[in-house]
Ligand binder design. Structure first.
Ligand code: MN
Length: 151
């Protein structure tokens, strides 16, 4: 795990975002950031492997079961980013306002390289969710996120 890509994209003298480091906290938390960048999108982040695994979800994480949304994997973020809110200045990577839309804990269920299943306990998002890579292969950043239909 590395934050190289995260740190390379940002100038920490200019952005209020944390530089961060890799570190275990013993928690299993998630956050959804609402990011008013050039295009409004939501960033879904799971605390896993000592970083925040991150996906940009253009249409947001669905609250209702069965609705599948595209989730494009982005660079790992430092864990302290979980509390980040602020405005990334014009001209900087990801310029725009970042707010926490939802956060909470999750319980990891079966995990494979291309398939993650977890139960979210947020204020808005609750229930078992699946993140699945659309095609296998390391260069494919496209995943789908959806709430599992409960039987
Ligand atoms: Mn974003």
């Amino acid at each position: 795990m590395t934050l190289k890509e995260y740190q390379k994209k940002r100038k920490f003298k200019k952005t209020p975002e944390p530089k961060g480091e890799i570190g275990k906290t013993g928690f299993s938390r998630f956050v959804v950031h609402k990011h008013q960048a050039r295009n409004l999108h939501f960033d879904f982040r799971l605390e896993l492997d000592s970083v925040l695994k991150s996906w940009a979800v253009p249409k947001g994480v669905p609250e209702e079961a069965g609705v599948k949304r595209l989730a494009v994997q982005t660079e790992d973020h430092p864990i302290e980013y979980i509390d980040f809110e602020g405005v990334i200045p014009e001209g900087q990577y990801g310029a725009g306002k970042v707010e926490v839309w939802d956060k909470g804990d999750f319980k990891l269920l079966p995990r494979e390289k291309n398939h993650l299943e977890f139960e979210l306990s947020g204020k808005k998002l609750k229930g078992v969710y699946i993140l699945v890579q659309t095609k296998t292969g390391n260069n494919n950043k496209n995943w789908l996120i959806f709430r599992k239909v409960e039987k």
